[in-house]
Design a protein. Structure first.
Length: 216
């Protein structure tokens, strides 16, 4: 609405002095406030007038998870009693298992955190020439020994990080590196044996028999 219209409305109403006139963008609200009796309006509720006498038809009205208002009616689960926690004294006692498999995640002294002296006394990794002399069962056992030891190192590293000990990181990382070198050597030897088996299979299909060379 134009400013001249605002001035005209102010002179007609006499409610505002010229110094207290609102800005032009508020002129529509000023116009409606002075002519409220002529403006058509409706109530906030959208419920039909015929349904007003029958009560609230919405069963979940005023139920809010934000304001923590409960439902108006008792739910079906309310008739079931809530379970009560069992006291630790009422639980049956369990016998200790000194040879439990989970002790493999901890050092031999069964402490939660390994010392740098324990981690650095790991020796060297297995060489490829030494692994070539091992059987399949020996390589399989050695592989899982390495996996178990790496799990033990990861457990100690997590506990060391939680306690913010500030020591033993280098020794632990060095022991983990030695174990990974051994695992890479095991995979290298198994890869060589796989290629040798493929080559022997290819020669056999071509008609080569090693017994013929031994007879000559």
């Amino acid at each position: 609405m134009h400013r001249q219209s605002v001035l005209r409305l102010a002179r007609q109403s006499g409610a505002f002095p010229l110094a207290e006139l609102p800005p032009p963008y508020l002129a529509p609200s000023l116009h409606f406030s002075m002519n409220r009796s002529t403006v058509q309006c409706s109530n906030f509720s959208s419920t039909a007038a015929v349904a007003a006498g029958r009560g609230d038809l919405n069963k979940v009205r005023a139920v809010s998870a934000i304001h923590r208002t409960g439902p108006k009616y008792r739910l079906g689960v309310s008739k079931y009693p809530l379970p009560k926690p069992v006291s630790p004294d009422a639980l049956p006692k369990r016998n200790a298992t000194p040879d439990h498999g989970l002790w493999g995640f901890f050092p031999t002294d069964r402490t939660a955190l390994s010392t740098p002296t324990y981690d650095i006394e790991c020796g060297r990794s297995w060489s490829i020439q030494e692994l070539r002399e091992k059987s399949w069962d020996d390589l399989h056992s050695l592989w899982w020994v390495c996996v178990k030891e790496r799990n033990r190192i990861a457990t100690s590293d997590m506990e060391r990080k939680r306690l913010k000990a500030g020591y033993g990181e280098w020794e632990s990382a060095e022991r983990d590196r030695v174990i990974r070198v051994t695992q890479n050597g095991i995979k290298h030897v198994l890869r060589e044996r796989w290629y040798a088996w493929e080559e022997a299979q290819r020669l056999y299909k071509k008609g080569y028999r090693p017994q013929e060379d031994s007879q000559e």
